[in-house]
Write a protein that binds this ligand. Structure first.
Ligand code: 3AM
Length: 186
Protein backbone atom coordinates (compact mmCIF):
# COMPACT_ATOMS: atom_id res chain seq x y z
CA UNK A 1 0.00 0.00 0.00
CA UNK A 2 0.99 3.60 -0.63
CA UNK A 3 2.02 5.24 2.65
CA UNK A 4 3.26 8.52 4.03
CA UNK A 5 3.92 10.02 7.45
CA UNK A 6 1.91 13.10 8.35
CA UNK A 7 0.66 15.40 11.06
CA UNK A 8 -3.07 15.97 11.43
CA UNK A 9 -4.47 19.49 11.52
CA UNK A 10 -7.01 20.79 14.01
CA UNK A 11 -10.50 21.86 12.93
CA UNK A 12 -9.78 25.57 13.33
CA UNK A 13 -6.87 25.38 10.89
CA UNK A 14 -8.87 23.26 8.45
CA UNK A 15 -11.69 25.81 8.53
CA UNK A 16 -9.21 28.61 7.81
CA UNK A 17 -7.76 26.60 4.92
CA UNK A 18 -11.28 26.17 3.51
CA UNK A 19 -11.77 29.92 3.84
CA UNK A 20 -8.54 30.60 1.92
CA UNK A 21 -9.73 28.23 -0.82
CA UNK A 22 -13.00 30.17 -0.89
CA UNK A 23 -11.13 33.46 -1.27
CA UNK A 24 -9.48 31.96 -4.37
CA UNK A 25 -12.69 30.56 -5.86
CA UNK A 26 -12.16 32.55 -9.07
CA UNK A 27 -9.62 29.81 -9.86
CA UNK A 28 -11.89 26.84 -9.13
CA UNK A 29 -11.53 25.62 -12.72
CA UNK A 30 -7.75 25.77 -12.69
CA UNK A 31 -7.10 24.34 -9.23
CA UNK A 32 -8.13 21.01 -7.74
CA UNK A 33 -8.66 22.05 -4.11
CA UNK A 34 -8.00 19.50 -1.38
CA UNK A 35 -10.99 18.53 0.75
CA UNK A 36 -10.99 18.89 4.56
CA UNK A 37 -10.26 15.20 5.07
CA UNK A 38 -7.27 15.44 2.74
CA UNK A 39 -5.67 18.31 4.68
CA UNK A 40 -2.49 17.42 6.58
CA UNK A 41 1.19 18.24 6.95
CA UNK A 42 3.42 15.69 5.20
CA UNK A 43 6.56 14.69 7.08
CA UNK A 44 7.80 11.91 4.81
CA UNK A 45 6.46 10.27 1.69
CA UNK A 46 7.22 6.53 1.67
CA UNK A 47 5.51 5.35 -1.51
CA UNK A 48 4.47 1.77 -2.16
CA UNK A 49 5.11 -0.51 0.83
CA UNK A 50 4.53 -4.29 0.62
CA UNK A 51 1.83 -5.45 3.08
CA UNK A 52 4.42 -7.62 4.84
CA UNK A 53 6.44 -4.50 5.75
CA UNK A 54 3.62 -2.29 7.04
CA UNK A 55 4.18 -3.30 10.66
CA UNK A 56 7.89 -2.49 10.43
CA UNK A 57 7.13 0.89 8.83
CA UNK A 58 4.58 1.67 11.53
CA UNK A 59 6.99 0.68 14.29
CA UNK A 60 9.67 2.97 12.80
CA UNK A 61 7.20 5.89 12.98
CA UNK A 62 6.59 4.98 16.62
CA UNK A 63 10.31 5.26 17.36
CA UNK A 64 10.53 8.66 15.65
CA UNK A 65 7.54 9.90 17.67
CA UNK A 66 9.05 8.63 20.90
CA UNK A 67 12.25 10.55 20.16
CA UNK A 68 10.37 13.81 19.33
CA UNK A 69 8.82 16.23 21.81
CA UNK A 70 5.48 17.87 21.31
CA UNK A 71 5.80 21.27 19.72
CA UNK A 72 3.86 24.29 18.65
CA UNK A 73 3.53 25.39 15.04
CA UNK A 74 2.11 28.60 13.64
CA UNK A 75 0.29 28.25 10.35
CA UNK A 76 0.00 31.24 8.05
CA UNK A 77 0.84 32.85 4.72
CA UNK A 78 -0.10 31.58 1.26
CA UNK A 79 2.36 30.68 -1.48
CA UNK A 80 3.02 28.58 -4.57
CA UNK A 81 5.35 25.81 -5.73
CA UNK A 82 7.46 26.26 -7.72
CA UNK A 83 8.63 29.71 -6.64
CA UNK A 84 8.38 31.09 -10.18
CA UNK A 85 6.51 30.35 -13.38
CA UNK A 86 3.41 28.20 -13.70
CA UNK A 87 1.89 27.22 -10.39
CA UNK A 88 1.68 23.52 -9.57
CA UNK A 89 0.81 23.62 -5.86
CA UNK A 90 -0.98 26.27 -3.80
CA UNK A 91 -0.07 26.07 -0.12
CA UNK A 92 -0.25 27.68 3.29
CA UNK A 93 3.06 27.93 5.12
CA UNK A 94 4.04 27.38 8.70
CA UNK A 95 6.58 28.42 11.27
CA UNK A 96 7.85 26.22 13.97
CA UNK A 97 10.20 28.17 16.22
CA UNK A 98 11.38 25.18 18.30
CA UNK A 99 12.93 23.35 15.31
CA UNK A 100 11.21 20.14 16.44
CA UNK A 101 9.41 19.61 13.14
CA UNK A 102 12.64 19.85 11.15
CA UNK A 103 14.31 17.49 13.65
CA UNK A 104 11.37 15.10 13.35
CA UNK A 105 11.71 15.16 9.55
CA UNK A 106 15.47 14.48 9.85
CA UNK A 107 14.73 11.53 12.14
CA UNK A 108 12.16 10.17 9.69
CA UNK A 109 14.66 10.43 6.84
CA UNK A 110 17.32 8.65 8.92
CA UNK A 111 15.07 5.87 10.29
CA UNK A 112 13.48 5.11 6.94
CA UNK A 113 16.83 5.20 5.12
CA UNK A 114 18.06 2.57 7.63
CA UNK A 115 15.26 0.26 6.55
CA UNK A 116 15.78 0.81 2.86
CA UNK A 117 13.57 3.76 1.86
CA UNK A 118 14.94 6.48 -0.41
CA UNK A 119 15.89 9.74 1.23
CA UNK A 120 13.96 12.77 -0.04
CA UNK A 121 16.36 14.70 -2.29
CA UNK A 122 14.49 17.98 -2.01
CA UNK A 123 14.99 20.19 1.02
CA UNK A 124 12.14 19.80 3.52
CA UNK A 125 9.69 22.66 2.85
CA UNK A 126 6.89 22.14 5.35
CA UNK A 127 3.58 23.30 3.88
CA UNK A 128 -0.13 22.57 3.91
CA UNK A 129 -1.32 21.87 0.39
CA UNK A 130 -4.47 23.83 -0.47
CA UNK A 131 -4.73 22.73 -4.07
CA UNK A 132 -2.97 21.31 -7.09
CA UNK A 133 -2.88 22.68 -10.61
CA UNK A 134 -2.53 20.48 -13.68
CA UNK A 135 -1.73 23.18 -16.18
CA UNK A 136 -1.61 26.79 -15.01
CA UNK A 137 -2.82 28.90 -17.91
CA UNK A 138 -3.74 31.90 -15.82
CA UNK A 139 -0.78 33.97 -17.04
CA UNK A 140 0.41 34.76 -13.53
CA UNK A 141 -3.04 35.72 -12.20
CA UNK A 142 -3.28 32.68 -9.94
CA UNK A 143 0.14 33.32 -8.39
CA UNK A 144 -0.69 36.99 -7.88
CA UNK A 145 -3.99 36.12 -6.19
CA UNK A 146 -2.41 33.46 -3.95
CA UNK A 147 0.40 35.75 -2.87
CA UNK A 148 -2.16 38.46 -2.10
CA UNK A 149 -4.38 36.19 0.00
CA UNK A 150 -4.38 36.97 3.72
CA UNK A 151 -4.15 34.12 6.15
CA UNK A 152 -4.12 35.13 9.79
CA UNK A 153 -1.61 33.08 11.80
CA UNK A 154 -3.10 30.18 13.78
CA UNK A 155 -1.37 28.02 16.37
CA UNK A 156 -1.53 24.29 16.89
CA UNK A 157 0.21 22.15 19.45
CA UNK A 158 1.32 19.01 17.64
CA UNK A 159 0.90 16.00 19.89
CA UNK A 160 1.10 13.08 17.48
CA UNK A 161 2.15 11.88 14.06
CA UNK A 162 0.40 9.38 11.82
CA UNK A 163 1.06 6.72 9.24
CA UNK A 164 -1.39 7.43 6.42
CA UNK A 165 -2.50 5.19 3.59
CA UNK A 166 -3.15 6.98 0.32
CA UNK A 167 -5.40 5.36 -2.24
CA UNK A 168 -5.40 7.02 -5.62
CA UNK A 169 -8.83 7.20 -7.24
CA UNK A 170 -10.10 9.00 -10.36
CA UNK A 171 -11.61 11.56 -7.95
CA UNK A 172 -8.32 12.24 -6.19
CA UNK A 173 -6.45 10.62 -3.31
CA UNK A 174 -8.28 9.09 -0.35
CA UNK A 175 -6.37 9.07 2.90
CA UNK A 176 -6.84 6.70 5.85
CA UNK A 177 -4.87 6.86 9.07
CA UNK A 178 -3.52 3.41 9.87
CA UNK A 179 -1.49 4.31 12.98
CA UNK A 180 -1.17 7.30 15.29
CA UNK A 181 1.84 7.75 17.59
CA UNK A 182 2.01 10.26 20.42
CA UNK A 183 5.01 12.58 20.58
CA UNK A 184 6.86 12.67 23.87
CA UNK A 185 5.85 15.12 26.57
CA UNK A 186 9.09 16.84 27.61
O1 3AM B 1 -0.01 17.15 -0.12
P1 3AM B 1 1.41 17.24 0.33
O2 3AM B 1 2.19 18.24 -0.43
O3 3AM B 1 1.54 17.37 1.78
O4 3AM B 1 2.65 15.68 -2.65
C1 3AM B 1 2.30 14.49 -1.96
C2 3AM B 1 1.56 14.75 -0.67
O5 3AM B 1 2.14 15.86 -0.01
C3 3AM B 1 3.54 13.80 -1.46
O6 3AM B 1 3.11 12.99 -0.39
C4 3AM B 1 1.91 13.52 0.16
C5 3AM B 1 0.85 12.46 0.15
O7 3AM B 1 0.62 12.00 -1.13
N1 3AM B 1 4.16 12.97 -2.50
C6 3AM B 1 3.53 12.22 -3.43
N2 3AM B 1 4.43 11.59 -4.20
C7 3AM B 1 5.65 11.94 -3.75
C8 3AM B 1 7.00 11.60 -4.11
N3 3AM B 1 7.25 10.76 -5.12
C9 3AM B 1 5.48 12.83 -2.66
N4 3AM B 1 6.51 13.36 -1.99
C10 3AM B 1 7.75 13.01 -2.40
N5 3AM B 1 7.99 12.17 -3.41
Amino acid sequence: MRLFIAIELNDEIKAALRKAQGALSAFDRAVRWVTSDQMHLTLKFLGEVPDARVEEVTAAAGRVAQASSLFEMVVGGCGCFPANGRVRVVWVGLNEPSGTLAACNDLCEARYAEIGFDRERRTFSPHLTLGRVRDDRTGGKLREAVEGTRFEPLRQTVESMCVVQSTLTPHGARYAIIARHALTVA
